[in-house]
Design a protein around this ligand. Structure first.
Ligand SMILES: Nc1ncnc2c1ncn2[C@@H]1O[C@H](COP(=O)(O)OP(=O)(O)OP(=O)(O)O)[C@@H](O)[C@H]1O
Length: 659
């Protein structure tokens, strides 16, 4: 730049002086000048002068811009108050949401960004933003939402001038063509950019009020929905998926009305501010836990959703089998807000660590099939969580556990839950949701066929009936439903099949009930036969083992010390256990074990003398060991070796919610 200025000043001097000076500065300048003059009829000195002047002007402009920017920020600093909001803060989205609905559309802003559906493959993407799905607006396409883009949005709120800057961060990977491309055109925000909310004046109070408005606006939008948060990638410890589900009124979950009222009253009392104070003053951890248990399809999940809606709380959903490990579980619990409902589904799936896979493998290879396992164990074993019971107990009421939340756990196998898990403090009330009663089926019928609040028919093709007619049909229908036989899900399924005609639903109920009972009995019979076959097989195997053992004992040298034999059984069992645990390839381990046993047998043979019929003490050991294994299997069948097993729920905190 100094050179250009020097050149410009030189060029402005007299012709001869400047030419001499330029020749001195740029060797060969006079030759070039002659060439330009002769062939292009241009004066090189004039061109250089013009270029130098332009350069000087640009440099001046930059200095002015720089000074202007400093003055601007000086003014901003002294005349405005500001609050910054991180990209991953919920308030960030709430502010954008408010701006989108209340400023951009009204002002007719011309530079916007749009949000619809993410097509990103979450499995492979490194940078994952939170996702929001609206189940309420069941449209074919996700509705688009217009939001502020990068840069500043100005608006007046509550008689104050506000500016909200959506900041282009260094993380934003955009290909900016030129340095001077304005932020607004630099690309599309991904949703995790910080915001700077500024307001003219020296107090942050107007900003606080504005932020409150944004929160209330979002809450209002959610009033018709329940916000369900879940974690797609539980190992991140992030509640990264938000689903807006239609609000489910509590009246639509049918079970004993008294129990329902007691449950609502209990939660209401717990959420009362005075209760919190009461807990805090007395040093009692402010937490409440409920266990909802019963057969599948009896409304455990539906009740949890309804309770979230009833108390305006967000529901944090954790499907236990998909939680990666204890660390992930802890991270997720640490990220919970103070007031929410946490739904832990299929709590009985916790505890795979207590039943190592290698042992399972060995068991099944020993028995040849898995028919030894009890059916309930097999059912539980379909999907096991990798969390341990102690990990779960820790998050429920460990030191780092969040206070103020309500934990709802669901289980189909409450009788197998560990006492530690359901002790008061972790589970304060147990609620059984069972099969449907005639009264509940009557209510379900009415709910299904009653006109909507606006008087519209439940379906387009539904025949409109008077309220009295409908009530009569509901009573007729309920008379056909036997008490405590069907799950509410079954009855709902039937009613949905006849959703266009309550008359048909009531008329065909008897026939449906008979057919359904026949099918259920057939399924039960089949299951009974399968269980008998399993039992028979187990008995047969035991008989064979007993025979072999008896045979071995017949051939047993009575001179051998029985105690010694017992010790050998113990040693062999211990060795087998070690091999099973160490083995990465169980077959190899098995071969090693057998080889080891053979060697031992040889040496034992030397000690105890020859064993007739080729039956070795090891043979006896193996039989005894298998026998013990069989006993363990039987034991498993009676008390499946899940972490949370074999304990009776305490009676004092039981609520029975039979429908
Ligand atoms: N008590 C009930 N009242 C009204 N509807 C019910 C009830 N129980 C079940 N349903 C209906 O049956 C379906 C399944 O219910 P839900 O998922 O809540 O059962 P669940 O007990 O959680 O089952 P699972 O143990 O298999 O998770 C839902 O569509 C729900 O509307």
């Amino acid at each position: 730049m100094n050179n250009i200025l020097a050149l410009a000043s030189t060029s402005l001097l007299s012709d001869s002086t400047s030419a001499e000076d330029l020749e001195r500065r740029i060797p060969g300048f006079s030759v070039l000048q002659d060439f330009f003059k002769k062939w292009l009829k241009l004066d090189l000195t004039t061109i250089l002068t013009a270029a130098a002047l332009l350069g000087a002007a640009s440099s001046g402009a930059q200095t002015v811009q720089h000074t202007g920017s400093r003055i601007y920020w000086w003014v901003v600093r002294f005349l405005t108050a500001s609050v910054s909001i991180a990209g991953n803060d919920r308030l960030n989205h709430e502010v954008l949401n408010w701006l989108g609905a209340n400023v951009l559309m009204k002002k007719g802003t011309r530079i916007l960004t749009v949000k619809s559906e993410s097509t990103r493959n979450n499995t492979w993407s490194y940078r994952r933003g939170s996702q929001e799905r609206n189940d309420y607006q069941h449209e074919k396409r996700v509705p688009v939402q217009y939001l502020p883009t990068f840069g500043t949005t100005w608006f007046i709120h509550d008689r104050n001038i506000f500016m909200v800057r959506r900041i282009l961060t260094s993380n934003s990977q955009y290909n900016i063509a030129w340095d001077w491309t304005p932020d607004e055109y630099a690309g599309a925000p991904e949703g995790d950019e910080p915001l700077m909310v500024m307001c003219l004046g020296r107090s942050v109070e107007p900003i606080k009020r504005f932020l409150n408005t944004c929160r209330e606006f979002s809450d209002k939008q959610r009033e018709t929905c329940i916000t369900v948060r879940s974690s797609k990638h539980s190992y991140d410890g992030l509640w990264d998926t938000t689903i807006l589900r239609p609000l489910r009124p509590l009246e639509t979950v049918h079970f004993d009305e008294e129990i329902k009222e007691a449950l609502v009253a209990d939660i209401e009392k717990y959420l009362d501010v005075n209760t919190r104070r009461f807990y805090n003053r007395r040093g009692i951890p402010y937490r409440r836990g409920f266990l909802l248990y019963g057969p599948p399809g009896t409304g455990k999940t539906s009740l949890s959703l309804a309770l979230a809606g009833r108390f305006g709380l967000e529901l944090y959903l954790l499907h236990m089998p998909s939680v990666h490990d204890d660390t992930s579980l802890e991270r997720l619990f640490t990220a919970l807000p103070p007031r929410c409902i946490v739904l832990l589904e299929d709590i009985d799936a916790v505890g795979i660590k207590h039943r190592p896979r290698i042992r399972d493998h060995h068991d099944s290879s020993d028995s040849g099939d898995d028919s030894d396992k009890s059916s309930s164990d097999r059912n539980i074993g379909l999907e096991r969580s990798r969390c341990t019971l102690s990990g779960l107990l820790n998050v429920l009421d460990g030191v780092a556990s969040q206070e103020g939340r309500i934990v709802l756990m669901t289980s189909n196998y409450a009788d197998k839950l560990d006492k530690a898990l359901i002790r008061p403090g972790r589970v304060d009330k147990m609620l059984y949701l069972g099969h449907i009663s005639p009264r509940s089926s009557e209510l379900m019928f009415l709910r299904m066929f009653s006109p909507d609040e606006d008087g519209a028919a439940p379906t387009n093709r539904a025949v409109q009936l008077s309220q009295d007619q409908l009530k009569q049909l509901a009573v007729d229908f309920s008379k056909c439903i036997p008490d405590g036989v069907f799950t509410p899900a079954q009855v709902q399924g039937y009613l949905l099949d006849h959703k266009d005609s309550p008359v048909n639903a009531a008329a065909k109920a008897k026939e449906w009930v008979q057919e359904e009972i026949r099918l259920m009995e057939a399924a039960k019979e089949k299951e009974k036969k399968a269980a008998e076959a399993r039992k028979k097989k187990r008995k047969e195997r035991k008989r064979r083992r007993a025979e072999r053992l008896a045979e071995a004992l017949r051939n047993y040298d009575s001179g051998e010390d029985l105690e010694e034999l017992r010790q050998r059984v113990k040693v062999a069992r211990r060795r087998k256990k070690t091999i099973t645990q160490d083995a990465t390839e169980p077959e190899e381990a098995d071969v090693d074990r057998k080889a080891g046993d053979k060697e031992e047998t040889a040496s034992e043979n030397r000690n105890v003398g020859s064993i007739p019929n080729g039956e070795t003490p090891n043979g006896i050991l193996q039989e005894s060991e298998e026998d013990l294994g069989a006993k363990a299997d039987e034991n498993n069948a009676a008390h499946p070796k899940v972490d949370i097993t074999g304990t009776e729920a305490p009676q004092d905190n039981k609520l029975s919610g039979g429908h």
